[in-house]
Design a protein around this ligand. Sequence first.
Ligand SMILES: Cc1cc2nc3c(=O)[nH]c(=O)nc-3n(C[C@H](O)[C@H](O)[C@H](O)COP(=O)(O)OP(=O)(O)OC[C@H]3O[C@@H](n4cnc5c(N)ncnc54)[C@H](O)[C@@H]3O)c2cc1C
Length: 442
Amino acid sequence: MTGRYFFRGDEGYEHARTRTVWNARTPERYPEVIVQAADADDVVDAIGYARQRGLTVGVRSGGHSWAGNHVRDGGMLLDVKGLDHCAIDTGARTAVVGPGMGGSVLAELLAEQDLFFPAGHCKGVCIGGYLLQGGYGWNSRVLGPACESVLGLDVVTADGERRYIDAEHHADLYWAARGSGPGFFAVVTAFHLKLHARPAVCGSSLFVYPLEAAEDIYPWARSISAAVDRRVELQIVASRSVPGAGLDTPGIVMASPVFADTEQEAIDALAVLETCPARSKALVAVPYAPTDLQTWYAGVMTNYPTGYRYGVDNMWTSAPAEDLMPGIRRILSTMPPHPAHFLWLNWGPSPQRQGMAYSLEDEIYLALYGVWEDPADDEKYGDWARSNMAAMQHLQTGIQLADENLGQRPAAFATPEAMDTLDRVRARYDPAGLFHSWMGRV
Ligand SMILES: Cc1cc2nc3c(=O)[nH]c(=O)nc-3n(C[C@H](O)[C@H](O)[C@H](O)COP(=O)(O)OP(=O)(O)OC[C@H]3O[C@@H](n4cnc5c(N)ncnc54)[C@H](O)[C@@H]3O)c2cc1C
């Protein structure tokens, strides 16, 4: 093998293992060998070695899988974080980018050239895992999940071959690469991306309400879901304190990015937020302010500090508010201290998507992020997200792989037809099961 590698028991093995997982709750799972690839040739060599030795392979780009999906017992952990190259063609509005590049880093490089890509909302998340699972990013209600902006991919398949895949070359594998996420069955060494023009106006509104306003806020958010302008991301985040807004009391934050051609359009698109029946109770109210990516990332990251332990789960739903409220009351009453939080996102109704494995979404996205610092609290907080989503399972139409918890709570993340196709495509490209599959599925 080329690249750096560490067998179990080697000096440096444990450091190489733990650094692949951003969640401080590193799984107690131990691969036989960890390979740190520096380029696509190292990937080819590693796959050849894994085939010879009968090692099942898990792949890591940015390591932001909450569940540490790539860390499995036995087999090979192939770390491709080092593949973080980026070549931007401003004229053609395309880029070829390595899977180990951070989405926020890419977004900033593009902004310098008046270009835009629907990168994820947090620093640290790399495009490798993000694009394979879908990718709910900035302005994604307009631009679609980011995988719709993937024109092609360079991959190494289970037979050790380097291939370029797109709508015309290995179209079935290209179809699978856009939505199979942590169950993808090849190694991506580069993404060929379609870039977008930078929106002329980036702004946001910010309203903070006391937690008691929940009874007004969620039914209202549900009632306007289809009416929220697609240029607005209506994110509603409840937590036990709101340090970003200087509040040490429980609160519900509505921070809504908006992308538009003019400031007036942005202000008009956000006007619906003024119709919240709790409006007079707002502790903070900023109906519109121009903003930029740096400010957004800084705000979002107050809820996702590094070095903490995370347990997350999620669901898509289109259930009516009266059915959702009992579960939401339970979520709020059992919520651990900040930075733990509950996200409600008005997402759909969605337009017709491209043909791809990403095939399941719904009007409302609910996600729970259990966050705590002390390992002694694992027992107390570790199951908060899963148990609350399980209690509302009868209302879910599926889950999003971004915040998957399949090892603890298997759930549908693609339509049954898409799952059948995925199984067929896997059997074609990875007949011997060289790559790990999802940690759970229904
Ligand atoms: C703080 C935080 C914020 C987030 N915010 C968002 C958000 O705004 N929007 C959103 O959609 N998601 C978000 N996510 C979810 C995130 O997009 C997924 O966890 C994604 O898989 C992370 O990508 P990664 O490369 O960093 O992670 P990894 O853990 O490296 O990858 C996840 C899985 O993808 C597969 N994989 C990764 N790279 C490759 C490759 N090169 N070849 C083949 N398979 C590969 C592996 O199975 C791997 O286990 C967030 C996650 C965190 C922790």
